[in-house]
Design a protein around this ligand. Structure first.
Ligand SMILES: [Zn+2]
Length: 424
C-alpha cells in the first residue's frame, strides 16, 4: 500500500494464465514419516537464487553510484567500466546504442555491482530532471529492450526483497502480526513467481501489478519490516491436497469490502480451496475513507469508450458504447463479467476487474459495485473494497491483528485450508 492504499498483486491473474499453479518442484517439502510436523527441504537458503525485480522499464537516461566503486561487467563477466567511490556513472540509450558517461559502448547487456556489495543508488532522468535517488541492495542487470531503451532489473536476495516489499505494502502504523502476515504473503507470492518465470528476464515488477518494492527503506517502517521478515524467515503458505504440496499464490489487496473474491474466475489453475474466495470479512471496516466503501462514481459513456479503446484499439469496431450491463456475477453477487454494447448487436464481454483497471487512475476502486445507466452517464454505486479482493485483505489483516490474532491465524482465515511451512 505504501503511502496510499494500493491494489496489489492484481494483474497477475489475467496476464499470466500459464503461470498460475504453484507446484513446489525445486522447493520440494518432504513430510517426515515419523513426524508429520517435521519438515525437511531439498533447498537451503543459500541454494536459493536471487529475485529479479524489474525496477526500470524502457529507461533512456539514468545514473548510478555507490559509496564504494561501481563496476560494469559485460556478458562474459569482464569489467569494462569502473567508477571511484560516490562517483555517478550516467547511462543513456539512443536508438538501442548504450552510452556510458557520453561514450558509446558495444554492449547490449551488462551487470552493475558495487565493489563492496554496498547499496547502489539509482536515479532516473525524466522531463522534470533527475528523480530522487533510490538505494537498492544487490546488483543490477541492464539490457536493451525491444523499444531500444534500457530495462533495469535488480538482482536481490529473497529475504532482503521480502523486507523491501513489506516496508511498502503495510501502513507504518500496522501491528506486528500484520507485518508478519504480510511478510509470509509477500514471500509465498514471489517464490511462485520465481518458479514460473524462471526462463524470463525478470520474476516480478516493482509496482502494484505485482508487489510494490522500492529498494531499501531505512526508517522505522523499514526496520519493522526487516524484523518481521527475519522472524518469519523461509516460512510460506502452502496447500496440500493429499497428493502434492504447493505454495499458495498469496494474492492480496487493500480491502475486500466484506467478502473475498475467487481467484478461479481469473484462471482455472488457481482453483484451489485457499483461493476460492467467499471469506466474509468485516475486519477491513477500519480502513480509511473510500477503502471499505467508496462513493458513487459517474462517468460518461463516451469517456468510458475512449479510455477502454485506448487500451484495446480493436474495440473501436464497436463504433460506440451504447450501453453497459453485468452479464455474470459470482455466487456472492459480485460482478464478474461486464458487456460493452456497441452499434447494432455488437458487444464485447470482459472481466469487470480488467474493465476497472483499463479505466485507469483508480476511478473505480474495486469491481464490487452496482451499476446504473442513466442517459449518457453510468453511475457506479455502492462500491465496496479497494483492489481485486482476492486472498488476503490487508486492512482486514490489520483489523484482526488489532484484535490479537496471530499472523498464522490471519493467513489461515484468508487462505482457508492452507498451512504455514518452512521452505528453507
Ligand atoms: Zn476485508
Amino acid at each position: 500500500m505504501s503511502k496510499t492504499p494500493r491494489v496489489n498483486a492484481s494483474l497477475r491473474f489475467h496476464r499470466t494464465a500459464t503461470l498460475l499453479r504453484c507446484a513446489i518442484a525445486w522447493l520440494i517439502i518432504c513430510l517426515s514419516a515419523a513426524d508429520a510436523k517435521t519438515l525437511t527441504t531439498s533447498k537451503t537458503k543459500s541454494d536459493l537464487r536471487g529475485v529479479r525485480v524489474l525496477v526500470g522499464r524502457n529507461v533512456d537516461d539514468f545514473k548510478l553510484r555507490s559509496v564504494s566503486a561501481v563496476t560494469l561487467e559485460d556478458a562474459d563477466g569482464k569489467i569494462f567500466y569502473r567508477t571511484t567511490p560516490n562517483q555517478w556513472v550516467r547511462i543513456r540509450a539512443n536508438s538501442g546504442k548504450i552510452f556510458i558517461d557520453g561514450v558509446a559502448y558495444r554492449v547490449n547487456a551488462f551487470m552493475v555491482r558495487s565493489f563492496s556489495d554496498a547499496p547502489l543508488e539509482l536515479s532516473k532522468r525524466n522531463k522534470d530532471g533527475w528523480a530522487d535517488g533510490i538505494l537498492y541492495p544487490g546488483a543490477f542487470r541492464c539490457f536493451v529492450s525491444s523499444a531500444k531503451k534500457i530495462h533495469i532489473v535488480n538482482f536481490v536476495e529473497v529475504e532482503t526483497y521480502v523486507a523491501g516489499v513489506v516496508a511498502r505494502e503495510v501502513w507504518p502504523t500496522f501491528a506486528t502480526q500484520a507485518y508478519r502476515a504480510q511478510a509470509i504473503a509477500a514471500r509465498s507470492f514471489v517464490l511462485c513467481q520465481m518458479q514460473f518465470r524462471q526462463s524470463k528476464e525478470w520474476d516480478v515488477t516493482n509496482g502494484q501489478g505485482s508487489q510494490v518494492y522500492g529498494g531499501l527503506r531505512e526508517d522505522r517502517t523499514g526496520r519493522l519490516a526487516t524484523q518481521a521478515t527475519k522472524y518469519t524467515e523461509g516460512i510460506v503458505c502452502i496447500y496440500d491436497d493429499g497428493e502434492k504440496t504447493e505454495i499458495v499464490r498469496t494474492y492480496y489487496s487493500a480491502a475486500c469490502g466484506g467478502m473475498t473474491q475467487s481467484a478461479a474466475i481469473f484462471g482455472p489453475a488457481d482453483d484451489i480451496p485457499p483461493l476460492a474466495g467467499g471469506v466474509a470479512c468485516d475486519y477491513c471496516n477500519i480502513a480509511p475513507q473510500n477503502n471499505y466503501r467508496w462513493k458513487t462514481v459517474r462517468l460518461r459513456k463516451q469517456e468510458i469508450f475512449r479510455l477502454i479503446t485506448a487500451r484495446h484499439k480493436s474495440l473501436q469496431s464497436l463504433g460506440q458504447l451504447r450501453n453497459l450491463s453485468i452479464v455474470k456475477r459470482s455466487a456472492e453477487g459480485r460482478p464478474v463479467t461486464i458487456r460493452l454494447h456497441g452499434n447494432g448487436d455488437q458487444h464485447h464481454d470482459m472481466l469487470v476487474e480488467k474493465f476497472r483497471l483499463w479505466l485507469g487512475g483508480n476511478k473505480l476502486r474495486s469491481s464490487d459495485f452496482k451499476m446504473r445507466v442513466v442517459g449518457d452517464t453510468v453511475a457506479f454505486e455502492n462500491g465496496r473494497g479497494y483492489g481485486h479482493g482476492l486472498g488476503l485483505c490487508q486492512w482486514g489483516m490489520e483489523g484482526q491483528a488489532r484484535e490479537g490474532k496471530s499472523a498464522a491465524e490471519i493467513l489461515r482465515f484468508y487462505f482457508p485450508g492452507s498451512q504455514l511451512q518452512r521452505a528453507y
